[in-house]
Ligand binder design. Structure first.
Ligand code: G4P
Length: 533
């Protein structure tokens, strides 16, 4: 991701947009931080509303006992709000490792990420996985080290761990003073300010004291003498040992600025938001098979990165989340649905504001809009003003776990098919219809997804279902010349199925089988991923 000096300046409405996700390990503080973002973005009035609204929404629609019981966020959503001169689009990533495929796709829709780590725990497994996904796309990453009001690790140790385990340079944007009970606040190294945490009021923004460098006697007015000496020593070491902030290295994904704070105490949050505004990338060019799409191009283009069904069960609607890649979208526009080659009047697009949605009268490149539809829009689909584009980089993964599924009531097999197809289109699971026999085989990336699916099918379709072990353990998409595919299918009927798009899949339990096919049918390609189109 480069600042391209010879690109024309972006229209101001696009240039002020920041579209990003927050990545973290469960419990590091993502929800709390999100809530403070919305609070400072004026999208909610009071902390506590996100959870309350989340729960209200869940009971109103499908989500879902499990989500509450286990504290997993199953659905990703997008939230837009103003912050100063900026428009923030925060795309929520599902936190649990079982949903990594969904998360991966979510990360194709953002231009940057905020990585939240717990100051006592450092880089945890889920953070590392998500970071690796960001790295594949060279996303710029801002780091927030949270919970500094608790006993945390030594600051240098935390930074070292990030540098070592994630192989990225870390530049301190702020430096914490004290920790746990003794945590006073942080020194803003970018603006030479002292930020003092208010322990009495968790929603109040820290008091900010302008400081003229580290010798300024005003420091002693706010920092107890023991801490001040240690702080001065640390800063000296930090300046010597750690890289200074370099925006270009950050935009290229080689360096991450780190802020230290406490989300629950609203401390460090504004500085982080300011950092996202000031240094974060505006909407970036998106890649299609045909060419790069620049955000400032006049024609509107966008791609679907997520489909969510039954957000409102009364209407049985589906919402396709579209990242606008270029142009200025206006409500009522007729766009070309590239896959079906049909025009589509987008008359009731929605914007998501905190937990509410409202009609989107207009939107710009970088924004995420939701388009309610009856199943025409699928993950990976492109919408344009006429150009046949295929956005790339939205993969579909081979599931790692397969089970067969049956309706509790055999008379309801058709309903089950409908439910399964819907989840397949949402991207929540892979559904394979075997060439021989009845029933379906469902594939997921994480075991918990079977439970999620079973409860959603029951809740949304009133259909009790049973998942059972399947004789197969792997699925591979088959591609090649038609005649060769037919010959292959005929010989291997027991192993052949089709996915919800009608594409051929080879089901097996042995890697050996896959190797054999590749030896015996050299013209066929067996792949573990398929680009969604
Ligand atoms: P997540 O979305 O990343 O899973 O984390 P979440 O924000 O839910 O935070 C996990 C726990 O950490 C919550 O406590 C939350 O209150 C706490 N927390 C978040 N930020 C801070 C912080 O800056 N300092 C401290 N000390 N704690 C923080 P909980 O007990 O699990 O939930 P709750 O009862 O507080 O809601």
């Amino acid at each position: 991701m480069l600042d391209m000096p010879n690109r024309p300046a972006l229209p101001p409405e696009i240039a002020r947009r920041r579209t990003f996700a927050i990545i973290s390990h469960p419990d590091a503080g993502k929800t709390t931080l999100t809530e403070k973002f919305l609070l400072f973005g004026g999208a909610i009035q009071m902390a506590g509303q996100v959870r309350a609204k989340g729960e209200a929404r869940r009971t109103r629609s499908d989500f879902m006992k499990m989500e509450q019981e286990r504290g997993i966020s199953v659905s990703a959503s997008a939230m837009s709000f103003e912050y100063g001169q900026y428009r923030f689009n925060l795309v929520d990533t599902p936190g649990h490792s079982d949903f990594s495929e969904d998360t991966y796709r979510t990360l194709t829709a953002v231009d940057a990420a905020i990585m939240v780590i717990d100051g006592a725990k450092g880089v945890e497994s889920q953070t590392r996985k998500l970071f690796e996904v960001c790295r594949l796309r060279d996303l710029p990453i801002l780091t927030f080290c949270n919970k500094m009001d608790r006993d945390s690790r030594d600051t240098f140790e935390i930074i070292d761990e990030i540098q070592e385990s994630l192989a990225i340079d870390v530049a301190p944007a702020s430096w914490p003073i004290g920790m746990g009970r003794e945590f006073v606040g942080a020194y803003d190294l970018i603006h030479d300010r002292l930020e003092i945490m208010d322990r009495a009021d968790r929603n109040r923004v820290a008091e900010s004291v302008k400081i003229d460098g580290l010798d300024d006697p005003r420091l002693a007015d706010h920092i107890p003498p023991g801490l001040l000496a240690k702080f001065r020593e640390e800063i000296e070491m930090a300046r010597e040992l750690l890289p200074a902030f370099d925006r270009q290295a950050f935009l290229e994904g080689h360096l991450t600025p780190i802020w230290f704070g406490s989300a629950i105490n609203s401390f460090g949050v504004k500085e982080l938001m300011d950092g996202m505004g000031e240094f974060g990338p505006p909407p970036q060019p998106q890649t299609a098979a045909e060419r790069q799409i620049a955000p400032e191009e006049t024609p509107v283009t966008g791609f679907v990165f997520k489909v969510q069904a039954n957000m409102d069960p009364k209407h049985r609607d589906r919402v396709a989340f579209v990242r606008l890649a270029s142009g200025h979208f206006q409500r009522g526009m007729k766009l070309l649905h590239v896959r079906s080659k049909k025009p589509m009047a987008v008359s009731n697009p929605v914007l998501f504001l905190a937990a509410d949605r409202e009609l989107a009268e207009e939107a710009w490149a970088g924004d995420i809009i939701g388009i309610p539809n009856h199943g025409q829009l699928r993950i990976g689909d492109a919408l344009t003003e006429g150009e046949a584009l295929r956005f790339t980089g939205i993969p579909s993964f081979a599931p790692e776990l397969l089970q067969s599924v049956r309706a509790g009531d055999p008379m309801k097999a058709k309903h089950l098919e409908k439910a399964l197809m819907q989840f397949a289109e949402e991207g929540a699971a892979k559904v394979f219809k075997p060439m021989i026999g009845s029933g379906f085989i469902v594939g997921v990336v994480g075991a918990l997804q079977f439970e999620v699916l079973a409860s959603r099918i029951e809740l949304e379709y009133g259909l009790p279902v049973r998942f059972e072990g399947s004789q197969f353990t792997s699925a591979r998409w088959v591609q090649g010349p038609k005649a060769e595919m037919d010959r292959f299918a005929n010989i291997n009927k027991q192993h052949i199925a089709t996915d919800h798009d009608g594409d051929m899949v080879f089901l097996t339990r042995l890697q050996w089988d896959i190797d054999r096919v590749q030896r015996d049918f050299p013209d066929l390609r067996l792949t573990a991923t398929k680009e969604m189109m």
